[in-house]
Design a protein around this ligand. Structure first.
Ligand code: OGA
Ligand code: MN
Length: 253
């Protein structure tokens, strides 16, 4: 009699994942799934980075204190099922207190080659909120997106998009750029279909107070999403996502 031993199979997958992670001693926060072509993997490692403890607890508190009075007056939006984000409230902020401005300048230096957009995006995701797989529009956003996570750990998943949907052309900086070929043009976040089977993707643990930097191929050729709490796992461990505020910097297209 053949008995499928589920826990043994899961154990094997986890060990594989652990090994893949252990081999990369520069970044233990990424878990690769599926068969990654080696050139893609190399490219991804370069263009999707996480810096743990980018801000201190005090800096986290100062950022939170600056945005909370405004944020707490908005209501979380859950209404539109076709939207990329559920259970969120958001704003853009241009003027920051000096301490927080210093943090943003550090982000700019760590993540960007030049200037960042003067409006910084603040996204408050409720504990039960979710960011579904999407690609930020190439019309409104340049080659780099960075995010500081406040208040909660979370798991971000990046899934390779289908080349048929997103065409490649060469950007002026020599990087691959994506051109949308359909009427989604105006949407701030495009939601191409993603599949995990016969594909490759990465799960990233975004610890509270970390900075992620998603640029070039990682930004154009992959969807990104924040897993809902019930799916929020990293290396087999549940990652309890509570309310999370992200401070997101982008550059111009
Ligand atoms: C977005 C997004 C990620 C984050 O707002 O488009 O992907 O870190 N946010 O909150
Ligand atoms: Mn996005």
């Amino acid at each position: 009699m053949v008995v499928f031993n589920r826990s043994a199979a899961i154990g094997q997958i986890l060990r594989r994942c652990h090994r893949a992670v252990a081999e990369k001693n520069n970044n233990k926060l990424t878990c690769y799934h599926g068969r990654w072509p080696s050139a893609e993997l190399k490219d991804f490692e370069q263009h999707m980075r996480i810096i743990p403890d980018f801000i201190s607890e005090v800096e986290e508190q100062q950022l939170h204190e600056e945005v909370e009075p405004y944020m707490s007056r908005l209501r979380y939006e859950f209404d539109h099922w076709d939207d990329a984000i559920h259970g969120f409230r958001e704003t853009e902020r241009k003027k920051w207190y000096p301490n927080n401005r210093q943090v943003l300048e550090r982000v700019r230096q760590a993540a960007f080659e030049g200037a960042i957009m003067s409006y910084v995006h603040v996204l408050d995701l409720a504990a039960e909120g979710v960011i579904k797989p999407h690609v930020d529009s190439t019309r409104y956003c340049g080659n780099t997106i960075s995010g500081i996570s406040l208040l909660s750990d979370s798991v971000m998943r990046l899934v390779r998009t289908s080349a048929a949907k997103y065409k490649q052309r060469s950007g002026s900086d020599g990087s691959a750029k994506v051109v949308s070929d359909n009427a989604e043009e105006d949407a701030y976040r495009h939601q191409p279909e993603t599949k995990l089977e016969n594909n490759f993707y990465a799960d990233l643990l975004l610890p509270r107070r970390s900075l992620y930097i998603m640029s070039h191929s990682a930004r154009y050729n992959f969807t990104h999403e924040i897993l809902a709490n019930e799916h929020s796992k990293f290396l087999g461990n549940a990652i309890n996502k509570t309310r999370r505020i992200s401070i997101i910097c982008r550059n111009d297209p």
